[in-house]
Design a protein around this ligand. Structure first.
Ligand code: SAM
Length: 242
């Protein structure tokens, strides 16, 4: 399987993003995601699409006993080992679709900004449910359907080059979207809100929290951040295996 994150140019651009340089505190969604984590002392945590491994490190710092981060990209996994290779964390090059999901194994499954790359998301919800221990938490943050629906996933601009409005189009046509991000053509998958939330419910989860990412007040003066209040970019869900 091919992955843009193994493309040298894309990988280098990604490395320049504030979240790549400074970690979780530079991520606009962290102030909403962090409180959704369950207590992790002595627990086991699986991170789907772990990237540099920031959430794996957070889990280890919270006292998690066993942490596994999987990612399709060799470059991202090698970076994770360098930056966030605390004892007790294992990193593995492995696709979210290919992982074995052993039964009743993980107390918490987390996935941050990776599931919008997955075509058959329902299957991953079922596998996450299968691999969680009873009462375990699936914590996910993925690009919001309002963000992913539009054909180019970009603003429409005024003649002066100012973002005018965000086009939502082909909403009920889930599937591949060809986007341009960090100078590269990037393929993502659009899923409707019903597919995501009902997919979790139909997989046996109880929904405990749903949030739409809004940047924290202290980030609002950063370039482009006020525009993040004009449409939701990310959807955060805390679901429990019941
Ligand atoms: C935006 S990054 C997020 C990384 C990390 N979760 C974070 O929040 O810092 C998306 C990650 O998903 C990974 N990814 C994309 N498709 C994947 C797949 N099918 N299986 C595993 N990882 C995948 C990419 O390689 C990349 O590391």
């Amino acid at each position: 399987m091919n992955n843009e994150y193994d493309n040298e140019g894309f990988f280098n651009q990604y490395a320049q993003m504030p979240r790549s340089r400074d970690g979780l505190t530079a991520a606009g969604e962290w102030h909403q995601l962090k409180p959704l984590f369950p207590a992790l002392q002595g627990k086991s945590v699986l991170d789907l699409g772990c990237g540099y491994g920031w959430h794996c490190r957070f889990a280890a710092e919270q006292g998690a006993e066993r942490v596994l981060g999987i990612d399709l990209s060799e470059k991202m996994i090698s970076e994770a080992k360098k930056r966030n290779g605390e004892p007790g964390i294992e990193y593995r090059v492995c696709g979210i679709e290919e992982y074995g999901y052993p039964e009743n194994t993980w107390d918490c499954v987390v996935s941050n900004l990776a599931l919008h790359y997955i075509e058959d998301i329902r299957q991953i919800f079922q596998k996450a449910h299968h691999t969680l221990t009873p009462g375990g938490i699936f914590l996910l943050n993925m690009e919001h359907p309002v963000f992913t629906a539009g054909v180019g996933q970009d603003w429409l601009y005024t003649e002066a080059g100012v973002p005018w409005c965000w086009p939502v189009d082909q909403y009920f046509m889930p599937g591949e979207r060809k986007t341009h991000f960090l100078g590269c053509d990037v393929r993502k998958q659009h899923h409707t809100l019903t597919q995501i939330l009902m997919g979790l419910l139909n997989s046996g989860f109880t929904l405990e929290a749903v949030k739409e990412a809004e940047p924290p007040v202290e980030m609002l003066d950063l370039p482009g951040m006020r525009d993040e209040l004009r449409r939701p970019m990310m959807l955060l869900v805390r679901a429990r295996k019941t």
